[in-house]
Design a protein around this ligand. Structure first.
Ligand SMILES: [Zn+2]
Ligand SMILES: [Zn+2]
Length: 151
C-alpha cells in the first residue's frame, strides 16, 4: 500500500488526497485537455471515485466552482473559486475521478513527491498532438492498449 497522493490548487485553498495507485496515468494530447488547460498536453491521472477525497475545510463546496462539460454532461470539473485552477474531475459514466499530475505535492526542489507511483505510462490521444515528444513511452491514438499504437 503506497502513501496517499496529496495535491492542491495553486493558492492551496483547495486540497485533496487519493489513496492507492492510479488506474491510469498518461500524458493526454486530446483536444479537450488541450483546450481546457490551454496546454499542448497534460498529465492525466484516473482514480476510482471512492479513492478520492477533498481535504480542505468544510463545507468543501464553498471553495469550489463546478463546470459540467456541455458536450459530455457526465463529466464535471471542480475548480478553486479563489485561483481558478481545475483540481479534479468526476466521470459519472466510469465512476472515476481525474486529477492532474501538475497539482500534486512537490518537494522543496519542485519535484512531484509521488513520481514513482504516478509517472505516466504512455502518451494517449497522440493523433491530435500539438507537439512531437521524443521519449520512450508508447504513443496511442486513443487510450493505451485500447487503440492503435502510433509510435
Ligand atoms: Zn486555489
Ligand atoms: Zn485528454
Amino acid at each position: 500500500m503506497s502513501a496517499p497522493l496529496k495535491g492542491s490548487c495553486f493558492c492551496t485553498a483547495v486540497t485533496y488526497v487519493v489513496s492507492g495507485a492510479p488506474a491510469l496515468s498518461a500524458f493526454c494530447h486530446c483536444t479537450q485537455c488541450q483546450r481546457q488547460f490551454a496546454s499542448p498536453f497534460v498529465h492525466a491521472i484516473h482514480v476510482a471515485s471512492s479513492a478520492f477525497s477533498w481535504t480542505h475545510s468544510e463545507p468543501h463546496d464553498a471553495q469550489l466552482d463546478t463546470f459540467v462539460i456541455p458536450t459530455k454532461p457526465w463529466k464535471t470539473r471542480y475548480r478553486c473559486k479563489n485561483c481558478g485552477v481545475c483540481v479534479a474531475g468526476r466521470n459519472s459514466q466510469t465512476g472515476n475521478c481525474s486529477i492532474w499530475g501538475a497539482t500534486l505535492e512537490r518537494t522543496k526542489d519542485g519535484k512531484i513527491k509521488a513520481w514513482d507511483v504516478v509517472k505516466p505510462t504512455a502518451h494517449i490521444f497522440y493523433g491530435t498532438r500539438m507537439v512531437e515528444v521524443n521519449d520512450d513511452l508508447g504513443k496511442w491514438e486513443g487510450f493505451e492498449g485500447k487503440s492503435n499504437r502510433v509510435a
